[in-house]
Design a protein around this ligand. Sequence first.
Ligand code: PMP
Length: 408
Amino acid sequence: SFNADVVPQAPEDPLFGLMAAFRRDEDPKKVDLGIGAYRDDNAKPWVLPVVKKADEILRSDPNLNHEYLPIAGLADFTTASQKLILGADSPAIKEKRVASLQTISGTGAVHLGALFLAKFYRTNSQRTAYFSDPTWVNHFQIFKNVHLDYLTYPYFSAKTRGLDFEGMVNTIRNAAEGSIIVLHACAHNPTGVDPTQEQWKEICKVMQEKKHFPFFDCAYQGFASGDLAKDAWAVRYFIDQGFELCIAQSYAKNFGLYGERAGCFHFVTSAASDAETTVTRIASQLAILQRSEISNPPAYGARIASTVLNNKELFAEWEADLRTMSGRIIEMRKALRSKLEELGTPGTWNHITDQIGMFSYTGLSEAQVLKIRSDSHVYMTKNGRISMAGLNTHNVDYFAHAVDKVVR
Ligand code: PMP
């Protein structure tokens, strides 16, 4: 019989626990800088206007039904997703070197990729994956669940609050040949620190020397800089250099489709005469894994994204919406930095505007994070990460004052 005593109480997910604490707080000045979801200038969720339009188009279609999608998902969606991340004129697409499956958002894509690697990746005997330190915490659990070992490479320099480039490259260089290196394509979560293009080139070179396998996690394309191509630069560069790699793509942030769970997993093989048959075999195995995990992915979010991605005018409107979101966040970075500098808050604050995307690693200690929560009702994760989207013209000064108070 099942002995329930063997099931210990698991700790609450820290991020979702933080959200619950925020909801319980009755102070009208409270500020939520926890979860990474875009908010408008009134701290409200924002449905992208182009998503509203796509929704109306879909709903007015008399032929819309609720049948199952194929195991690999909506073909119009996965094809458009390839073009989006790889570039419409990517040789990898032309040469049919890409296997793509629709997934349960980015999380599902990371999971499917990890599961596939656990089953088939045999290059080095240890098959160790490397994550940046720090990384999106779910990477650890996802890889652990599929029994892939992992280590970390240095990433964030507490001193400069920027990239520890030397530490990163040295560890990647010293890793066992053929290790899996997980890289954030852009807008690194949680630090907001990305390598420059010159640094990416160096990372690429070292990874080539060591025959490592890149696993790109791309959760913020277009959301980071407002420019879809710019945010995909690293992925495209690695493919140009001949890498075989995989990509986990999320549409949660860039379409604001958080709860719809639209995402895509891509496996790109390197150019070879038999690349097309290799990809066909890989796709067939991915389909088997998908079948046992989720049978087939959810339809609605993919339909919305597909409607936009495959229509020129809607695509242009989406790009404008991306600029609205990224632009507002960049404005908040500027406002926060200048307020802190104006207050003469001890320390340097250039990292706030140097960092990019949804998050900023403020450099506040855990003790300061807890104090700012009890004193000022500001909620952020214990590592000092703030979701920039939680700041707006009404609360940024208040937040700056709260930081100033806790730092002094
Ligand atoms: N990877 C990273 C680095 C992320 O920040 C996120 C979003 N928090 C994801 C993957 C996946 O998110 P989702 O499953 O909502 O697409």
